[in-house]
Ligand binder design. Structure first.
Ligand code: HEM
Ligand code: HEM
Length: 184
């Protein structure tokens, strides 16, 4: 029975702004993560430099987008989830969303700090160098980049649950969760 036929809140669509922010972020983050994993595993050389520059530049760009997105969300709260979704499933989804927001805000800063303490600068889209934001300290750099890498991997795992959840809602529960993020 559809939400409307059952007389329950059918789950209103997200606003165009929220949808735009979501899919822009998704496209960038789903590029950043494989780049991050690949760049540490290829031989040093121009290809590796290219992968690093792209990973770091996209990572820097996603930070203000995430910040604007959260400010926008504060002013435009998301529509409530469809009310026949079990409480525990709603909670799991909320926790995953907040973990992703936290990763989006924290990991770019750790990345920039890690590169700075390593003694390097960021080649921002091959346009100009972004300045170092901390003094050189190789031991600290190792620690920061270790944390950065693990947070990135945890974000990837959270995204497996997030994307798996979206597909589950769409194809198994056949509810409106995916459609409302598609503006329908
Ligand atoms: C193919 C990939 C993706 C799909 C299919 C997808 C799908 C969805 C759907 C259907 C929702 C709405 C959930 C609801 O109604 O409660 C949502 C929300 C959300 N997604 Fe994704 N997503 C994807 C990728 C990503 C990525 C890469 C990120 C960020 C790293 C992300 C972060 C979020 C966040 C933070 C929300 C919560 C929005 C809010 O209510 O504040 N998503 N996603
Ligand atoms: C939301 C944004 C970001 C995400 C999700 C992310 C994710 C990742 C991931 C998954 C890895 C690979 C971890 C591994 O293979 O074990 C990685 C490595 C790395 N990232 Fe990021 N990253 C982001 C932003 C940035 C930024 C802004 C910078 C620098 C300005 C940066 C610099 C690095 C560096 C230098 C490494 C290599 C670390 C090492 O050699 O161990 N990242 N990142």
């Amino acid at each position: 029975m559809s939400g409307i036929a059952s007389g329950k809140t059918p789950g209103a669509a997200y606003s165009h702004g929220a949808i735009g922010f979501h899919w822009l972020t998704a496209a960038i983050v789903l590029t950043i993560i494989p780049l991050g994993v690949a760049m540490g595993r290829v031989d040093p050389g121009p290809t590796q430099d290219w992968l690093y520059s792209l990973h770091e530049s996209l990572g820097i760009v996603v930070w203000p987008i995430a910040l604007l997105r959260l400010m926008y969300r504060f002013k435009n709260p998301p529509p409530p989830m469809q009310d026949d979704i079990p409480q525990l499933m709603k909670l799991a989804a909320e926790l995953t969303h907040w973990a992703l927001y936290a990763g989006l805000l924290v990991n770019p800063i750790l990345g920039w700090l890690g590169v700075s303490t390593f003694g390097a600068t960021i080649n921002f889209f091959w346009l100009f160098e972004l300045p170092s934001i901390a003094a050189k300290d190789e031991a600290l750099s190792k620690l920061i980049l270790w944390a950065h890498g693990w947070i990135g991997i945890l974000m990837a795992l959270a995204l497996c649950a997030h994307i798996g959840g979206a597909l589950f809602h769409h194809f198994v529960r056949k509810d409106r969760t995916m459609l409302r993020m598609l503006g329908r």
